[in-house]
Ligand binder design. Structure first.
Ligand code: AGP
Length: 362
């Protein structure tokens, strides 16, 4: 059938979609820059964000996890206070809002019922909304005031991969545009750095067997695992844990490293795999301290780090990118490890049990 053709030579849509990530980043660069290489957003989007004193990101699942990264980027680059909320909570437990809130709905499908319920409610209250989605003409796109597209191409595997990296890239573009409009100093040029990210993504995806090997050694037979990190790495750990849970059915926790000692470290036993992501210079020493703590309790620790913060014995050292964009790179090894774990455990990678691609009931 048609879906077999789309998958081409790939065993799974998930694998194909992970592989497409460098091309998606390049596509996003193309769509959001003008001939001078400057970021270009529509006037509608620009006027919407220029009126806002605070951004409320509302999303579910992987899109929520991308929102956590987006919050850091928006606050650090654009200087605009940003909150991230799970749609199904936000609907009935709305926080105190600022005087000029802007709602940003992150949704690959644009059809998630929990997110739509919030959109309906905020519109009823007269607020403005921007949807970032992969699907033009989707419900969340049609019903919001403005849309920014992810340009990632159809995502078919239930486990979202390229939409996550696309969302982070588009949020970074939005943050840079706001920063420029407000005359803020920009720490580096975004579009060339995104182009470098795409090249690095290519190099990671060409070394898949290394991550298959890590997956075999750390995830293949374990009943449970931890992903630990600090700051932006902690946000990526949440996404890593979600990927592993949904497709390989391994009980996985994504945790800020410093928080482990407040309870969860009790779960560490001889051989418990702990995968540590280390890309942020600010937290490098502290997270390495946390790794020592779990190793002292028997954990089987796997450190994936980045040039600039690497240590000799780290399992894998990723090429350096600007730390604020590191999630675009650090997520790849764990997407791949989740994929190979699911494969090794005989799971249905593209259609995991109990899940649907888009959740259209509240
Ligand atoms: C991701 O791997 C999940 N299957 C799921 O969490 C998904 O991200 C969530 O349901 C949100 O979907 P959306 O982005 O289409 O709104």
């Amino acid at each position: 059938d048609a879906s077999d053709i789309e998958k081409g030579t790939y065993a799974h849509y998930m694998l194909k979609e992970m592989d497409e990530q460098p091309a998606v980043i390049r596509n996003i660069i193309q769509h959001y820059q003008n001939e001078n290489g400057d970021i270009e957003l529509t006037e509608g989007v620009r006027s919407l964000v220029s009126e806002a004193d605070r951004i409320y990101i509302v999303a579910c699942g992987t899109s929520y996890n991308a929102g956590l990264v987006g919050k850091d980027i928006l606050e650090r680059i654009a200087g605009i206070p940003t909150e991230v909320h799970v749609s199904s909570e936000f609907g009935y437990n709305m926080p105190l809002l600022s005087s000029r809130p802007l709602f940003v709905f992150l949704s690959q499908s644009g059809e998630t019922a929990d997110s739509r319920a919030v959109l309906v409610e905020v519109k009823k209250r007269g607020y403005k909304a921007l949807t970032m989605t992969n699907v033009p003409g989707s419900t969340l796109s049609r019903e919001a005031n403005e849309t920014m597209l992810l340009h990632a191409g159809p995502e078919i595997a239930v486990a979202s991969t390229k939409a996550y990296t696309a969302q982070i890239a588009v949020l970074a573009i939005l943050a840079y545009d706001i920063a420029r409009a407000n005359g803020k100093e920009l720490p580096f040029e975004l579009m060339p750095e995104l182009a470098r990210v795409a090249t690095i993504m290519d190099s990671i995806m060409s070394q898949k067997e290394l991550f298959e090997d890590l997956s075999d050694r750390y995830l293949k037979t374990t009943p449970n695992t931890f992903f630990i990190g600090r700051g932006l790495d902690a946000s990526v750990c949440l996404e890593g844990a979600l990927k592993v849970k949904e497709i390989s059915y391994i009980q996985a926790e994504g945790y800020p490293g410093g928080e482990l000692k407040h309870g969860s470290i009790a779960l560490i036993e001889d051989g418990t795999p702990v995968i540590a992501l280390i890309s942020q210079p600010k937290t490098n020493l502290n997270i390495r301290g946390n790794v020592k703590e779990v190793v002292a309790r028997g954990a089987n620790a796997c450190i994936i780090s980045m040039q600039g913060v690497e240590h000799e014995n780290d399992e894998f050292i990723l090429p350096h990118v600007e730390p604020i964009l590191a999630p675009l790179i650090t997520v790849l090894p764990i997407q791949l490890m989740a994929y190979y774990a699911a494969l090794a455990r005989g799971c249905d990678v593209d259609k995991p049990r109990n899940l649907a691609k888009s959740v259209t009931v509240e």
